[in-house]
Write a protein that binds this ligand. Sequence first.
Ligand code: SAM
Length: 354
Amino acid sequence: MPRPRDPATPAPASVAAPDTLVRDRLGRRLHDLRISVTDRCNFRCTYCMPKEIFGRDYAFLPRAEILTFEEIARLARIFAGLGVSKLRITGGEPLVRRDLPDLVRQLAAIEGIDDIALTTNGALLRAQAPALHDAGLKRVTVSLDSLDDTVFGAMNGVQFPVARVLDGIRAAQAAGLSPVKVNMVVKRGVNEASVLPMARHARDNGLILRLIEYMDVGQSNGWRLEDVVPASQLVDMIAAEFPLDAVPPSYAGEVATRWRYADGSGEIGVISSVTEPFCGACTRARISAKGELFTCLFAASGLDLRALVRGGASDDEIDEAIAGRWRRRTDRYSELRSAETVGLRRVEMFAIGG
Ligand code: SAM
């Protein structure tokens, strides 16, 4: 099916006056910030942190190297001044970081931030959903790759049961964290058969399923192009059972391409960063758990904001460092992806979040 992508229109307005908004070399604004609060995770997904590499001996960051909540909030405030209005908390697994609602509360108080979301594997969501909502979290995206315990257990690497993720999703809905989106990474020969059961479950339970093409993030997952199931095939698979209509993007730079069920029972999204890259509309910056600024998910290195924060830099100096980096930004990795890019050095996804 043809995809309903726009996307050359500008991103929505934010608190910063239009003429002060920072733009990169390709004219893209800085609108979204993804914040990784930890590099640790309680799962070992084969496509992200395979247990053969990230085993018991793997050295995660010591606590002192990770940004404190106050440092994160200070940076987020500076980003808001540069035009960011949307934050996503991620990881690693963000819910393994203690007292996360305290961070959410600090972020929710920042002028100009009108949306705070969280991406989680859902394992610890049941217990934390009410406190996160009370602190000001608006939405969650829960990752779940299959409803089949054998398939999911193998993909999450720790045999984590589907039922407990579903419990977390229900708790999020009950707490008012809505809409709940469900991220499903599809890998050829591994979980394609789970796509239709997931679509049915999402339709029946008021969830927005987002099908994600398996990406060549990091250098640990042994990615091969032939393992990618093109998003267009996934859409066709679902449309054969439930007719779909294209939905225009709600803003430029929206990550997922959206489709609505023709019978009115909800929508799905597809994230086709391999087969149909959307770099031209990318307004996202990321900060890693140790405070590096990355301007692309596929970058090799970041700008050390922690050194500025801990070295006594003023807000203006940090603002200028971020703006300067953004102005020089030319990243469009997914559009350049080829056999040659496969061997390039790239940051691991768990270090900077999805
Ligand atoms: N631990 C959290 C979670 O599981 O949602 C947040 C971090 S995780 C890195 C963020 C998202 O990235 C998840 O939805 C995950 O499935 C996705 N992801 C990780 N590696 C990926 C890959 N190689 N290709 C596509 N998506 C990937």
